[in-house]
Design a protein around this ligand. Structure first.
Ligand code: PLP
Length: 504
């Protein structure tokens, strides 16, 4: 569709605002009813003769005003106008959407939900998700451990437990942390229903609207979502191959007083890189000097395939500034929904009080299961096994990229974790790539979802842990073919690129 709007390039009102105002009027007047698909940014920019970034800015503003939503795979669609514009008339259906909290209407990104849905589709080679391989899950060991737990505890394994977690499980987690170089006692451990809950709780515990959170980008989109939902002001610090550029952080800390620094320094999601030891030291020193806690998100560090092992920030933390977060979702079963946090006991207590309001406690059978699994040393054994497989998959993906990537595509072979972060050449048209990949039956994560403010859409994230080993080469070949076909100048795709449901 073409949006019938007029732009005055010489007017006093900035062009992006002219777009916002006219689209808003059309939404409020009903000319653009709820569910209308707005044209892709590039198409509208071309039609209006403006820069694409102007349209990106306008769409972002419309999204901020809860007038449109951008759903991965669906494009930008019109929402019902805000509650103030709503006149109850008694006969229509309840306007649910208008009743949701403003931050929910504005901030909830369906990306994670869409990705999980994608993982279940048979017709697509999924390079988009961040999950462990289903074929490598230790089902028999779990079965055996489960039986032992049921035999020993009977119904007790199905009853409630303290909000902080099953005490025996906290003990085992503290021991596991010790094996990872982190000295922690059980009362410094809080059991979580996945580490995403830790991010949500951190936002609830620390953030009042407009409080500042610093993150190095690109970053984990689930963290962006959690802190945006709490209406934090997020300040981005860049990162390079050595991780967060701490010199920039230093200048941010001189000018602002953030409540938290969020980072995932080891085998980062999405970029796969590792923060250097020197930068880790500098980050800890800055956090201590400016008294800002660091929230270290560390789901991937046990998945090291080569390269040196680098201690976590928490392991290096002499000043007690790090809150450490991890999970079994990447190294074992994501369906268990079990993660944990390590922090000083007073912080654990506060988190537990807030957790009570959203989740009385985490799943007890899972906690007992994992207690036994850890006690028997089965996690260590399982990790040794999956590391071999994932290293091979990583190499398969790397070689497949070497064999098929068009000129101008760049990536690093990661030393651990789940992801290869690819930079695409500028001539690749993103909307065409999304459509071409969908057509080819392969999915990827677009890099723009991992940025705070100005999305860099020259990157895509590819996952090598989840797709079956024998599908990785085909998946990469399909995607690189789609990349080639989406480059400006590739004629046989001309005129396509809209209308197909994008797959991410
Ligand atoms: C960096 C990071 N943190 C947190 C999570 C959430 O994991 P969980 O399944 O434990 O909630 C993920 C999952 O993708 C992740 O990559």
């Amino acid at each position: 569709m073409v949006l019938p709007i007029q732009i005055d390039p010489h007017g006093a009102v900035p062009i992006y605002l002219q777009i916002v105002q006219q689209v808003r009027e059309k939404i409020v007047s009903g000319e653009l009813p709820e569910g209308t698909l707005l044209p892709p940014e590039r198409t509208l920019a071309r039609y209006l003769g403006v820069n694409r970034s102007t349209v990106v800015h306008a769409y972002r503003e419309l999204k901020r005003n809860a007038l449109v939503e951008a759903r991965v795979g669906h494009g930008t669609t019109v929402l019902a106008p805000a509650v103030a514009a709503f006149e109850p008339n008694g006969d229509g259906p309840l306007p649910w959407r208008l009743l949701f909290r403003q931050s929910v209407r504005q901030g909830s990104d369906p990306l994670v939900r869409d990705l999980l849905e994608m993982a279940g589709r048979q017709d697509v080679i999924p390079l988009s998700v961040g999950l462990p391989s289903p074929e490598l899950l230790p089902l028999e060991a779990m079965e055996r451990v489960g039986e032992a737990v049921r035999g020993r505890l009977g119904p007790m394994s199905l009853l409630q437990c303290p909000t902080e977690g099953v005490p025996e499980f906290r003990e085992e987690l503290a021991r596991w942390m010790g094996q990872q170089g982190i000295a922690a006692s059980a009362d410094e451990v809080l059991v979580l229903s996945g580490s995403q809950q830790g991010l949500d709780l951190a936002a609830r515990v620390f953030i009042d609207p407009q409080d500042i959170v610093v993150m190095d980008e690109p970053t984990y989109f689930g963290a962006l979502e959690a802190f945006r939902g709490a209406r934090a002001r997020i300040i981005a610090v860049p990162s390079d191959e050595e991780g967060m550029v701490t010199e920039v952080l230093a200048s941010v800390l001189q000018r602002h007083r953030p409540k938290l620094i969020y980072t995932l320094p080891t085998y980062k999601n999405p970029a796969g890189n590792v923060m250097s030891l020197a930068r880790r030291r500098h980050l800890l020193e800055l956090a201590a000097r400016y008294q800002v806690p660091i929230l270290e998100d560390d789901p991937y560090s046990p998945l090291r395939y080569d390269g040196d092992s680098i201690p976590s920030l928490k392991a290096m933390d002499r000043d007690g500034v790090v809150i450490y977060l991890s999970t079994f979702s990447k190294i074992l079963f994501p369906g268990l929904r079990l993660g944990w946090l390590v922090a000083p006991p007073s912080v654990v207590r506060q988190f537990a009080l807030v957790k009570q309001g959203v989740d009385l406690h985490s799943d007890t059978p899972g906690q007992w299961l994992m207690t036994e699994f850890l006690r028997e040393g089965l996690l260590t054994r399982h990790l040794a096994e999956v590391r071999r497989h994932y290293a091979r998959r990583r190499d398969l993906m790397h070689r497949a990229l070497q064999g098929t990537a068009p000129e101008g595509v760049h990536w690093q072979r990661p030393q651990g974790g789940f992801y290869v972060w690819c930079r695409l050449p500028p001539q690749v048209e993103r909307s065409r790539l999304v459509a071409a990949a969908a057509e080819a039956g392969v999915s990827f994560l677009p890099g723009w979802s991992c940025y705070v403010e100005d999305p860099d859409d020259s990157f895509i994230r590819l996952n090598f842990s989840f797709p079956p080993e024998d599908r990785i080469e085909t998946g990469v070949a399909r995607l690189m073919e789609a990349v080639a076909r989406s480059s400006a100048g590739f004629r046989s795709m001309a005129g396509r690129g809209t209308g197909t449901r994008p797959i991410v």
